[in-house]
Design a protein around this ligand. Structure first.
Ligand SMILES: Nc1nc2c(c(=O)[nH]1)N[C@H]1C(S)=C(S)[C@@H](COP(=O)(O)O)O[C@H]1N2
Ligand SMILES: [Mo]
Length: 240
């Protein structure tokens, strides 16, 4: 970890590979108890018995993954990886455009009007205020998966099974703060996390200090991946 980077842990992923070479990425933002705290397991038993032979001695279990795409059977290797090049740190300035770049079919830039022209989704996030009281906040904007689709979709290898599970999206703020979201978290067929590029909070646009868009990752209790002044989304390779 780079101690000079705020929440550097949110830039890391683990790549889990099976004996057949199938691999998937899980983000530390999902694993870490301080953030999403998902109970992601390297399981050696199922219903109180050793795993079925076909699954090997250990299998990855990712609660919330509906189609079990990240349930890697016959785990052979678990590697820690960092997400892409480190963005330059800068002072916090309000963002006014969002670039979608990297392994995307049509690299694109969006301003507020361009995002408003896409399908709007609203998500409600449960959090706590300074006194510890439960509060819910409503965000509206564009689902990250819809935004990537509007930019032509990720560049994927059609021959590799579920290749999107080996891609990551690095979200970068104008201040250089960054974090990563992995393909398994955003693909709506697989995970039900509605990761949002939000334009409004409780029906009002963000104030200038948060920029015109902010990344919202429901389930992140410390809100570490709520990147404000979002200015770039970079699709990166996490696989071998
Ligand atoms: N651009 C940017 N976004 C950021 C951060 C940051 O330093 N820069 N800090 C994150 C962290 S650690 C937290 S806890 C929340 C704080 O959000 P708030 O300022 O709305 O309370 O924003 C997140 N988003
Ligand atoms: Mo934080």
């Amino acid at each position: 970890m780079d101690a000079s980077r705020k929440n550097d842990i949110l830039r890391k992923v683990v790549l889990v590979t099976g004996t057949d070479g199938y691999s998937v990425a899980v983000s530390l933002g999902e694993i870490s108890p301080r953030f999403a705290g998902k109970k992601i397991l390297v399981a050696y038993e199922e219903d109180g018995k050793l795993l079925p032979k076909a699954d090997g001695f250990a299998r990855l279990i990712v609660p919330g993954d509906t189609l079990a795409g990240r349930y890697v059977s016959n785990i052979a290797k678990i590697e820690m990886k960092s997400a892409g090049p480190l963005p330059k740190l800068a002072s916090r300035s309000p963002s006014s455009s969002l670039y979608v770049v990297g392994l995307i079919k049509t690299p694109s830039s969006y301003d507020q009007d361009a995002l408003k022209a896409l399908k709007t989704t609203t998500v409600t996030v449960q959090g706590k205020d300074e006194s510890g009281k439960a509060v819910s906040t409503m965000y509206s904007g564009v689902l990250l998966s819809d935004l990537l689709t509007s930019a032509g979709g990720m560049q994927l290898n059609a021959k590799a099974k579920n290749d999107f599970l080996r891609k990551g999206i690095v979200a970068i703020g104008t201040d250089g703060y960054s974090c990563i979201v992995v393909g398994g978290e955003i693909e709506q067929r697989f995970a039900h996390t509605q990761i949002l590029v939000a334009l409004a909070e409780n029906g009002k646009p963000f104030t200038n200090t948060d920029g015109f868009v902010r990344l919202i990752v429901p389930g992140d209790q410390a809100q570490g991946r709520f990147v404000s002044n979002l200015t770039e989304l970079q699709v990166v390779e996490l696989g071998p």
